[in-house]
Every structure is written in C-alpha cells, then in structure tokens.
Write a protein of this length. Structure first.
Length: 128
C-alpha cells in the first residue's frame, strides 16, 4: 500500500466552516490532478470540486462517508484557456470539522493512491 504522505506532495489542513478555495498549478506534462480530502463524516459532511480558471466545475466528489477524492486529467489548452492554474473547492455542511486536503499533479496513469490512517506532518494551508 502506498503511503499517502509520500505520494501526494501538497498537504493542507483546514476547518470546513465555510467554502474553502485553493489555487493549484498543474505542471506541463503532469496533467493528472489527484485530490484527496480526509475527514470524519460523523463530524459533518464535506464535498470537494475541481474548477478551471473560468469558474467551470470539471469534476466533484460528493459521497456520504469519510473522505472524498478526485482523479482528473486536465487539458489546459481546451478546458482552461491555456492557463495551468486550477481551483479546488472544499464545501458543504459548514459543520466546523477538520480536514486534510492532499493534492498533486502527476503524469497520467502513473499514480494509484489509497488512504491510510496516519497523521501527516507540517500541514499548512494556502487559501485565497
């Protein structure tokens, strides 16, 4: 089993008390965006979505159990006007529960991720 913290390179910790937005940059040649939001559903539901620079939702994860994930292959030329910036929205119940958001851009077809129960180190949040 792959350790999540060793695969996805950008961890952020937050509290879902309102909509949280994260700006991410997708490197050339690494057009697969993998996103995992870890949380306890018993403390409140959380959903995640991926948007392009124009504000169009490209994909979402809206389950009703612990954790949400998205794996999406972006095409900056056709779905984002050439921009390599994308946006992750963490939203829904606004219950004030804690979450950890992991994301990385990878080469399409090279990453298979499974979630393990472990506490990541050095969490920080980039919110705009």
């Amino acid at each position: 089993m792959i350790s999540l913290s060793s695969v996805l390179q950008h961890p952020y910790g937050g509290i879902q008390a309102d909509d949280d937005w994260y700006e991410i940059y997708v490197s050339s040649g690494y057009e697969q965006v993998d996103i995992i939001c870890e949380f306890s559903h018993s403390q409140g539901d959380i959903d995640i979505a991926l948007y392009n620079a124009s504000g169009t939702m490209l994909d979402s994860s809206t389950g009703i159990i612990d954790n949400e994930s998205i794996s999406y292959i972006v095409d900056p030329a056709s779905d984002n006007g050439g921009s390599r910036y994308y946006y992750i929205k963490v939203y829904y119940a606004n219950a004030g529960n804690y979450y950890t958001l992991w994301w990385d851009d990878t080469q399409p077809g090279t990453l298979s991720v499974s979630i393990q129960e472990e506490e990541p180190e050095g969490l920080y949040k980039k919110k705009f």
